[in-house]
Design a protein around this ligand. Structure first.
Ligand SMILES: Cc1cc2nc3c(=O)[nH]c(=O)nc-3n(C[C@H](O)[C@H](O)[C@H](O)COP(=O)(O)OP(=O)(O)OC[C@H]3O[C@@H](n4cnc5c(N)ncnc54)[C@H](O)[C@@H]3O)c2cc1C
Length: 247
């Protein structure tokens, strides 16, 4: 992509952007290779004679610059919006952080950077005038609400699946082609290993207790199952898991 910034800077400057895989592949090219490539593209678009050689050029290499490792923030695998909040958290109410990487509502943008500056200005004024960090209080309330929403959605989803499996096993029972329905046990087993929130884990645990002991013990008592239960205990999520391990 090319940006003509002549109007903005008052000089004939053209910016070429390289993103995604092309940017990673291009990391091994020299600056002059990059310029050659850009000129080739421009000459193909506008004709050989319309595109003279540039009088100067600058090629950035942000992907390998240890002070940036990229052009702006992004949510990597395993990261989430919460990490933006963490980056924006003040230290001892005397060191404050703004910037697009602290604004999960509008990351990667000038708008986000500006809003985060305003957020921190308001925070500082609050702390100086009342001694309270109301911004942090609001963020904590929002985070708690998000957690509640996630838990409610997950429980709703597993309840839907359990109802569906019950209905389908009824239908399959009456079918003549001998087809097998997914069993409630198989579904609960899958949920046991994949449940993410405390509410959902508690719900699955209660449902599992309705199965005969041997059935759920075969997987909850396995090495993998005990690892799951251990992680529940570590997160102090449910006393049920402690009881189960004792069994
Ligand atoms: C190629 C590109 C295209 C973009 N296009 C758009 C667009 O079209 N629209 C849009 O809204 N946003 C766009 N963005 C994103 C936008 O530019 C950024 O989100 C925004 O500038 C971030 O502002 P910031 O204040 O968080 O950080 P920055 O603007 O990066 O400011 C950080 C400042 O801190 C300085 N600094 C760093 N380390 C130190 C240090 N140790 N000591 C002192 N100073 C230091 C840096 O030099 C820099 O001036 C684009 C970004 C890029 C790279």
């Amino acid at each position: 992509m090319f940006w003509n910034v002549r109007k903005t800077v008052g000089a004939p400057v053209l910016i070429a952007l390289v993103v995604g895989k092309a940017a990673i592949d291009g990391q091994n090219l020299s600056s002059s290779d990059h310029v050659e490539h850009a000129l080739k593209v421009l000459r193909k678009l506008f004709g050989e004679t319309s595109v003279p050689d540039p009088v100067a050029h600058v090629v950035t290499d942000w992907g390998r610059d240890p002070f940036s490792y990229g052009a702006y923030s992004y949510v990597a695998i395993g990261a989430s919006g919460e990490d933006y909040d963490l980056l924006g958290r003040p230290v001892d109410n005397c060191l404050f952080f703004s910037g697009e990487a602290t604004c999960k509502e509008h990351p990667d943008t000038v708008g986000g950077a500006m809003m985060s500056g305003l957020r921190e200005a308001v925070r500082i004024i609050d702390i100086l005038s009342s001694g309270n960090d109301y911004t942090a209080e609001v963020e904590a309330m929002e985070a708690a609400q998000r957690q509640l929403d996630t838990e409610r959605d997950e429980v709703r989803e597993i309840t839907k699946k359990l109802n569906a499996v019950e209905l389908s096993s009824l239908l399959y029972k009456n079918s003549l082609d001998g087809a097998q329905a997914v069993t409630r046990e198989a579904l609960l087993r899958e949920m046991f290993f994949t449940a993410k929130t405390s509410a959902c884990r508690l719900h699955v645990a209660k449902q599992l207790l309705s199965l005969p002991l041997g059935k759920w013990k075969s997987f909850a008592g396995s090495r993998a199952g005990l690892t799951v239960l251990n992680s529940w205990i570590i997160k102090k999520e449910t006393k049920l898991s402690t009881k189960w391990i004792k069994k």
